[in-house]
Design a binder for this molecule. Structure first.
Ligand code: GLC
Length: 662
């Protein structure tokens, strides 16, 4: 594979910018380390020890927790503005010392079947392109997956689900998806429905669908040990479960009580598991949410499978220790394969809590059980940026926080951040304060509505970023250093980020505060709410009152926007290219469009803005590709400068000026 080089176990080697002595990486002075997957602390990892071992951590994880649900032993190295990556490939336990014990060395501890790869740069984009060529790319999501999503542990019955959906529409708050957590099942038996609480799932889902909602259901790997339960009996008879070292069925307690656990390392088990999803797809379920797949066990409390458990593997037996971190990815792979076979014309939608490097091929990742704390709102930013730098671009945290009670201000500020996540879902735990967007009354409800409307406007921009990610591995929500690796100030910009390459977001993460410090890297940046243009690099104090998060757009770079739809199934009456006019630089961006699901034709257009004194020249390319969207395009200029509009020769000071683009 071009630009991907395997490191030899012994001997001195230099590979691109990297020097190795066996698997020991020699560190040139000043080299800095990033990525490492799902992490709670900031962006920079230089001088730390990183443990890769999936766990279901106790509630209230903080920056002192190192390893969480997902393990991605991948390091992005930056030195003098040049990047390369190192991927330590082994699905058992790995520990990396990133120049902590010895500032001159990066060392690894893992079992013998470790493979080490260098991904050549010189840009972070080139490294991510190579890393995802090796480990797999994010598939195109269905368009509805970009809409707002609402969850709760649990919406307890069909009536409650109907009433939640009805509230969204009655209050004109955008929403595409409602989630069913574990209480939709019969005694938490995976792939069943509770007869009392969900007597007619197909009827429920069909009626929600008419209102523009999709339904996603949770699945857990633990299969209840129950002689009268078909999934258990077929799994046991097929020899599909993990075994103890003595060859007995390995059992432990999870939600349903005593459970057996599928051996997802066996391709036949993945196929069998995938086929079980027909219980869900027959009822019209749109996607699945794979949870507890570290795998999490209740005995001892918050534990995982013992290391000597055997995965028979359909002929290639391995201990759990050898494959632990891959369990979650393999479950997600089984789910995705099942959905693809059951509904070949629809793009599968799978969420996973746990996984290993390459999880991005099978599922998006949500970051599990955060808490309704301002600290966790802050933590979400580096966490998603670290994931994005590690190949997992399709990700999100529970908006509003899972454990503990949210409040109106926290929910509003969290939504101001949440709408910029690739996956935007509000979810909360049983027994906590309700946190649907209207739960805390006004002004919070209106603030959440306005933010979710902005999310819906951004859908064409986001969808284009997803397509770029699908093709190149570029993160969607990304650290500033991804686009500015030669600017070391960006290396510690943990609490602001880029969405695609044109939008910079700097959320407020403390109560009662309206101002914050923002770093704008090189370029000319327009403030989203006022159109004011600031030349970077600059450290500024941003005013971000509630409802106006600090968002900046590269000026003269056209942004494709929809009107604020209630859900992605609505057909917009137009698409608008918004240009924040300012500075002298020219800018371009592209737009990817297709039918929003399936595998049919697509098209791409490029919009370009050029400054020539007072003249702002906007050009839109013809469509490449045969898909024709059912709406016209407009262009909107926003700014404070005196500009001339090309066709008419008319000069005006623009505040907001619209014209047809097609
Ligand atoms: C786990 C999940 C959480 C879910 C709960 C009940 O804690 O992380 O999202 O709501 O289980 O299924």
């Amino acid at each position: 594979m071009d630009g991907v080089v395997r490191v030899e176990r012994a001997g001195r080697q230099s590979i691109g910018d990297a020097e190795f002595d066996g698997f020991v990486k020699l560190r040139p002075e000043g080299e800095r380390y990033f990525a490492c997957g799902e992490r709670t602390a900031g962006l920079e990892k230089t001088g730390t020890r990183q443990v890769f071992w999936n766990v279901d951590p106790p509630a209230g994880h903080t920056a002192s927790f190192n390893n969480l649900y997902t393990s991605i032993p991948f390091v992005l190295c930056l030195h003098e503005g040049r990047a390369h990556g190192v991927f330590y490939d082994h699905p058992g336990r790995i520990e990396l010392d990133l120049a902590k014990a010895d500032p001159g060395r990066v060392t690894v501890e893992a079992s013998d079947d470790l493979k080490v790869y260098v991904l050549l740069g010189p840009t972070p984009a080139a490294v991510l392109e190579r890393y995802t060529a090796l480990t797999g790319r994010t598939p195109m999501p269905p368009l509805w997956a970009l809409g707002n999503q609402q969850s709760r542990w649990s919406y307890m019955d069909a009536d409650e689900v109907r009433s939640i959906a009805a509230e969204f529409r009655a209050r004109s708050i955008p929403c595409d998806v409602v989630y069913l957590d574990i209480d939709h099942m019969d005694g938490y038996r995976v792939f069943t429905w509770s007869d009392e609480r969900f007597p007619d799932p197909a009827g429920l889902i069909a009626s929600l669908r008419e209102d523009g909602f999709r339904v996603v259901t949770i699945t857990d790997p633990g299969v209840k040990v129950d002689e009268s339960y078909d999934v258990y009996v077929t799994g046991r008879d097929g020899g599909f479960f993990c075994l103890t070292a003595d060859g007995e069925e390995y059992q432990n307690v999870v939600w349903p009580g005593m459970c057996a656990f599928p051996d997802f390392t066996n391709p036949a088990v993945r196929e069998w598991w995938g086929a079980q999803h027909s219980v869900l797809t027959d009822a019209g379920v749109a996607g699945v949410w794979c949870d507890m797949n570290e795998p999490a066990m209740f005995v001892p409390r918050q534990s995982t499978m013992p290391e000597d458990v055997v995965h028979p593997g359909g002929g290639r037996a391995r201990t759990h220790a050898e494959v632990h971190n891959a369990y979650g990815s393999l479950m997600a792979e089984a789910a995705r394969g099942g959905l693809a076979r059951l509904r070949p014309d629809a793009r599968p939608f799978v969420i996973s809590r746990a996984g290993y490097a390459g999880l991005q091929q099978h599922a998006l990742q949500w970051t599990g059980d955060n808490s309704s704390w301002w600290e966790h709102l802050w933590m979400s930013m580096p966490q998603l940026q670290n994931l994005g730098l590690s190949g997992i671009a399709w990700s999100g945290v529970d908006v509003g926080g899972f454990f503990g009670d949210c409040d109106g201000e926290l929910l509003a500020r969290w939504t101001e951040f949440g709408i910029f996540q690739p996956f935007c879902r509000n979810h909360s735990a049983m027994g906590t304060a309700r946190q649907e967007p209207w739960a805390f009354g006004e002004p919070w409800e209106s603030l959440c509505r306005a933010m979710l409307e902005l999310r819906m406007q951004l859908v064409p921009y986001l969808y284009t970023a997803f397509e770029e990610c699908h093709r190149t591995g570029a993160p969607i929500l990304r650290p500033l250093l991804f686009d500015h690796p030669d600017d070391p100030v960006t290396y510690t910009a943990d609490d602001e980020f880029l969405l695609g390459s044109s939008i910079l977001v700097a959320p407020i993460t403390r109560p009662g505060i309206e101002h914050r410090y923002v770093y704008l890297p090189a370029g000319s940046w327009a403030h989203w709410w006022t159109g004011e243009v600031i030349e970077g690099p600059a450290h500024i104090l941003a005013h971000a009152p509630l409802g106006q998060p600090a968002v900046y757009v590269r000026s003269n770079t056209p942004l494709p926007l929809y009107p604020a739809l209630q859900h992605t199934g609505e057909v917009p009456d137009s698409l608008t290219w918004r240009v924040f006019v300012g500075g002298s630089a020219s800018g371009s961006s592209s737009l990817y469009e297709d039918a929003g699901d399936g595998y049919g034709p697509s098209c791409r257009r490029t919009a370009h803005v050029e400054r020539d004194g007072e003249l702002v020249r906007f050009t839109l390319s013809g469509r490449e590709g045969s898909y024709v969207p059912p709406y016209p395009s407009l262009v909107e200029f926003v700014g404070h400068e005196r500009v001339e509009v090309e066709e008419t020769g008319q000069a005006l000071v623009i505040e907001r000026f619209m014209k047809n683009a097609d």
